[in-house]
Write a protein of this length. Structure first.
Length: 103
C-alpha cells in the first residue's frame, strides 16, 4: 500500500505563479477564467487559496497554450523547407547563415 504525499503549499503557489505568467500574466489569466483582476491578484499573491478547480482550469489552459505554440513552431521553423519563402531558400542556397540580419 503506497502512502500519498501532499503538495507543498509554497511550491504549488510558485508553480501556479509560473503558469499564470506563462499564460500572459495576472490580468490575462483572470480574463481567461472569467474572474476579477482583484481576485486573480489575491490568488497570485497567496492572499486567497487557489482551489483545485482553478488549478484544473489553469492546467487545461497550459495544455491548450502549449499545443498552440507547437503549431506555430511547426509553421514557422526554417527546419521545414515549406516554411521558407523563395527569397529565404535562395539565401540558404548561397550559404548565408541564418540570423545574419541581412535581408
Amino acid at each position: 500500500m503506497s502512502r500519498q504525499h501532499s503538495a507543498d503549499p509554497d511550491g504549488q503557489l510558485a508553480l501556479y505563479r509560473q503558469a499564470v505568467d506563462a499564460l500572459g500574466g495576472k490580468r490575462r489569466h483572470a480574463e481567461l477564467l472569467n474572474m476579477s483582476e482583484r481576485h486573480g491578484g489575491r490568488l497570485y499573491s497567496g492572499a486567497a487559496p487557489v482551489s483545485p478547480g482553478i488549478l484544473e482550469d489553469t492546467a487545461r489552459m497550459l495544455i491548450a497554450h502549449a499545443k498552440h505554440c507547437q503549431e506555430l513552431e511547426r509553421k514557422l521553423s526554417p527546419a521545414f523547407s515549406a516554411n521558407l519563402t523563395d527569397h529565404q531558400r535562395r539565401e540558404e542556397t548561397r550559404g548565408r547563415p541564418r540570423g545574419s540580419g541581412e535581408n
